[in-house]
Structures are given as C-alpha cells and as structure tokens.
Design a binder for this molecule. Structure first.
Ligand SMILES: [Zn+2]
Length: 454
C-alpha cells in the first residue's frame, strides 16, 4: 500500500516562556511521531453492520501516533494511539514483539489504544475469513492490517529517534458532551440519551516539554464513543477534530487522543459533520483549560505491567436454542447462531473462556495509567478512581485488545446492548453469549494485583 509516512517534524516548536522547564528538571527522554493511515483507495468501513458499500471519500485524514518515554533508570515505554475502530490482540502482539526486539521497549510496556472512530476501514488481523463475510472485504482489510502493523513499528522507531530530554506534567479538566446512552424503558434498556446515567467527564492530559521549554506532545483522554458520525467518508470524528484543533493551536506539537471507558457513552447531539467538529473543539478547549491548571510533575520511574486475564461466559445456548434463533427474522442473530452451530459441528464445543490483556503504567508516585481492554463501560473508570482515590488515576479503555463490550456486573444484570446484545456484531471473535458476571472482578482484581494494592 503506497501510503506516505509523515513523521513529526520538530523544527517548529511553540515556546511557552512561562512554562519552560530547566535542564535539571528534564527527568525523561521523550519523543513522538505520527503517520497518516488513511487508506489510499475506497475500503469497506467499520462500525456499523448495516453498511452496504465501501467508503466514498475522506472527510478528515486518519492518523496513528506514538509517544516514546525513557526514565533516568532506563525503563522504556511506548504509547501508540490511532484513529481506527479497534485494536486486535494479534496486531498488538505483533507490534509489541517487534518494538521490543528493535527498540528495546519491553512488550509489556507497549500500549495500543484506538479512538474507536466508526468512520475508518475494517481492520482484520487474520487471514482466516469467516465464510459468510464478503471475501473481498476480508482480503482488503487483511492487507491494510498487514501494512498498518509495519507502519506502527516504524512509527515507534521514529518516536525513539525524536527523543530528547523532557519534562512531563499531568493536568486534568472536564468536558460534558458525553452522555450515558442506556435509557431504561418498559421493554429494557434502549440505546438512547440518558441524562441520569453514570458518566466520566474527566479530561486527563499529559504535557511533554523539552529542556528548551518547547511543548512537543500532548496526550489527552475522554470517555465517549467516537460516534458522532455514521456516513461513508473516512473521518476521525470528534477525537480526530480535537487532535487537529490542538495541533492547529500549537504548531509542531503532536496531539494524541486516548479513548477512555466510553463503552456506554455517546456524544450528543450527533449525526452531522458540523457536530463532530463542534465536539472536537469542545474537547480541545477542555485540554487548553487543563493546561491552565496547576502542573503535577510526573517523575519516574515508569513501571509497566501486563497481565493475561481469563474471562468466562454465562452458560452457553443449547443446540436447540441456536436452531430456534435461525428463525427469529433478525439476520445478525441468525448469522451468529449459524456460526455457533458450525463451531459446535466442527469443534464439538463452543468457546468457554477468552484471555485478554490488562496493563498498568505506574509513574512513580505521581500518576497511574491503567489500560483496560475491550469496549469498557464507564463503571470501570468510576470504580477504579474510587478505589484508588489517593492517586492520580488515568483509566483508558479500548486498549491492546478490543475483543467485545466489557460490561460491569451492573450492566450484565441489566442486559441490553452493552450487556450482551452487541456480541452478535463481533465477527473477529466468536463469542457464544454474554460474559459471566465476574468479568468486572477479574479485570479490577488484575489492576489491584499489578498496582500491589491488595
Ligand atoms: Zn462501540
């Protein structure tokens, strides 16, 4: 794929006189880089199962970006973010392994986070096509994923090359366009704006300034589905527009978006390009506001940990139940049931567990970054911030392995789309049905183990 690598040029820095850091405060070596990842031809798009045709143009470019960090003790870490719907574990593992070999960054210290834009290409990291999915669609998404993997590895290399003595500070503000999207009704939870549901409006910000006092990277987060849009043009949605706005306000800076636990949060109002731009500007403004708050100096060392966490399922449907679902009249439920029946026939049983990844980065006593897998719902970030209220906690969702919605116990009990209804749309991994109710505990326990708080 003939896509052009656009690596960060550090010739143009915005000098922030009042915020300049002296050389002795520069406790990090840090560098960032970016690469344009917009497909150079029409492709099938991710996000909505009902899509009927490939993309038709580009509303805004898609990017992948990387931040490389090294503390004074030589611990290395890399955070990779990109404007795509998903991070598949196979892609993460391939990138992390190569990054460890080539740049000496431990695989456990490599984090991949996606913005979850629904206006990017379908990404598939396996050539194993599911038979009832269009083969041309599968082939082109597989080729794109292969190209993406190489681009991400080179991207981290560019960030390492750009590294220079730096100071890092943590800041925080809030933005309010995310609203809970699980509305209780007489017939169950409906995907609709619920002003009474839980939200996490925090906007965490990491500011990287070099020893000359020049701002070079802004990493920021928000917990909200990146789904203002559902059209047929490639677009980074609100998160893409927020990054572009920050980079416009600070020429030469790399602005990176980290998706939070926005599994059950939507931007409102939505459905027009103008609203995506507006939400992006709102988030960019919140980042600027955060930069005016007192700086929390983030010193090292950075200790990264990664655990494989096994999650299990509620009792699976019987063969008879699956056969009855073939006749429900809902094509997605029927397709899912047919795949499960085929699995039963060929493998003799359905999947009974899934192994995913939970990661943490402890920055001395100053900041804890938690990278949770899947389409993590807001209960996870609210709970972890409560249980670690003595620390500055940054809870990312959509990291390293976006394998399904990851519901809390509450949402599993309530049911609805994030509680299990959406599983029929996950074609990359064949889940037999909703997760067991202890999925929340298994993931939260891993965070506690890694942060040695229990
Ligand atoms: Zn989603």
């Amino acid at each position: 794929m003939n896509l052009r690598l656009l690596l960060a040029c550090f010739g143009m820095f915005l000098v922030l006189g009042s915020q300049s850091a002296s050389a002795e405060e520069a406790t990090w070596k840090a560098g960032s880089a970016f690469v344009r990842i917009t497909p150079d031809k029409p492709m099938w798009m991710a996000g909505y199962a009902a899509r009927t045709k490939p993309s038709e143009g580009v509303a805004s470019e898609l990017y992948a970006k990387a931040l490389f960090l090294e503390d004074t003790e030589g611990h290395r870490a890399a955070i990779i973010t990109f404007d795509l719907i998903s991070v598949l574990k196979e892609l993460r593992d391939g990138v992390a392994k190569a990054v460890e070999t080539q740049y000496g960054i431990p695989a456990s210290a490599v984090m991949l986070n996606c913005s979850h834009t629904h206006c990017g290409p379908v990404v598939r990291s396996t050539s194993k096509a599911i038979k009832d999915i269009d083969t041309e669609k599968t082939k082109q998404s597989f080729e794109y994923s292969q190209w993406l993997k190489r681009a991400l590895i080179d991207l981290v290399g560019a960030a390492v090359e750009n590294a220079e003595p730096s100071t890092i500070t943590y800041h925080r503000s809030q933005a309010a366009f995310a609203m809970n999207r699980r509305l209780p009704t007489d017939s169950g939870f409906r995907n609709s704006a619920n002003p009474d549901g839980p939200v996490d409006h925090d906007v965490p910000v990491l500011k990287v300034v070099n020893s000359k006092g020049e701002l070079n990277t802004i990493l920021f987060g928000y917990a909200c589905h990146n789904t203002t849009l559902s059209f047929y043009e490639f677009c980074g949605d609100y998160a893409g527009f927020a990054q572009a706005e920050i980079e416009r306000n600070h020429p030469g800076v790399v602005a990176m978006f980290v998706m939070g636990c926005g599994g059950d949060q939507n931007p409102y109002p939505r459905r027009t390009l103008e609203l995506a731009v507006t939400h992006g500007k709102t988030l960019a403004t919140a980042v600027e506001a955060a930069l005016e708050t007192p700086a929390i100096l983030v010193k090292g060392p950075v200790i990264a940990r990664l655990e494989h966490v096994k999650v299990t399922y509620a009792p699976p449907p019987s063969k008879e139940e699956l056969e009855s679902r073939l006749k429900t009249g809902n094509k997605y439920i029927a397709q899912h049931a047919q795949r499960l029946l085929t699995q039963l026939e060929t493998e003799g049983k359905l999947r009974d567990s899934y192994s995913t990844l939970v990661q943490t980065f402890q920055f001395g006593h100053d900041l804890t970054l938690v990278a949770l897998p899947g389409e993590t719902v807001v209960d996870f970030s609210l709970r972890l911030k409560r249980e670690f209220s003595d620390r500055h906690m940054w809870i990312a969702g959509y990291s390293n392995d976006v394998f399904a919605y990851v519901p809390s116990r509450r949402i599993l009990q309530e049911g609805g789309y994030e509680g299990g209804g959406a599983l029929v749309y996950f074609t990359a991994i064949l889940h037999p049905g909703p997760f067991a109710e202890d999925i929340e505990e298994r993931i939260i326990d891993s965070v506690h183990r890694q942060l040695k708080s229990k």
